[in-house]
Design a protein around this ligand. Sequence first.
Ligand code: PNS
Length: 164
Amino acid sequence: MASIAVCPGSFDPVTFGHLDIIRRGAKVFDKVYVCVLNNSSKKPLFTVEERCGLLREVTKDIPNVQVESFQGLLIDYAKSKQANVILRGLRAVSDFEYEMQGTSMNKVLDENIETFFMMTNNQYSFLSSSIVKEVAKYKGSVAELVPEAVEAALEKKFAKNERP
Ligand code: PNS
């Protein structure tokens, strides 16, 4: 049986931390669907289409990765792809409680889909899309934190947002 994983997230925008998890996941699983989903507690900067476009750009060299979006429950998306695994990155202890809640909920919704966690590379343990947006908003350099395409998209977004 092929191992199919879904790597879900807001990806607003994708960072080197996300990319590290996606790349490593693609070595472990036969197929990885990277799925942009709605997190109801976040107000995104980029549209779903923009987030998918950036993800496609930065994962185009990984043949077994496919980027999609889904409006609805992660577990329904995973079922529609016959995925047996949900793949998430864990940065620090502070991520644990939030991840445990989501994982437990997903287990109630479908006990057959397992959630696998990968420790984020130490280099990226502090990194989040929120901190990247904060730095980019005030014109700090995010070159070490995100791929070039994302850096350019952030510059454009904040330049545009500044117009009266
Ligand atoms: O990158 P994030 O914001 O931590 O990702 C969270 C996300 C989008 C994976 C989560 O909010 C999600 O699964 N949303 C879809 C709705 C859903 O299935 N909710 C119940 C499980 S948390």
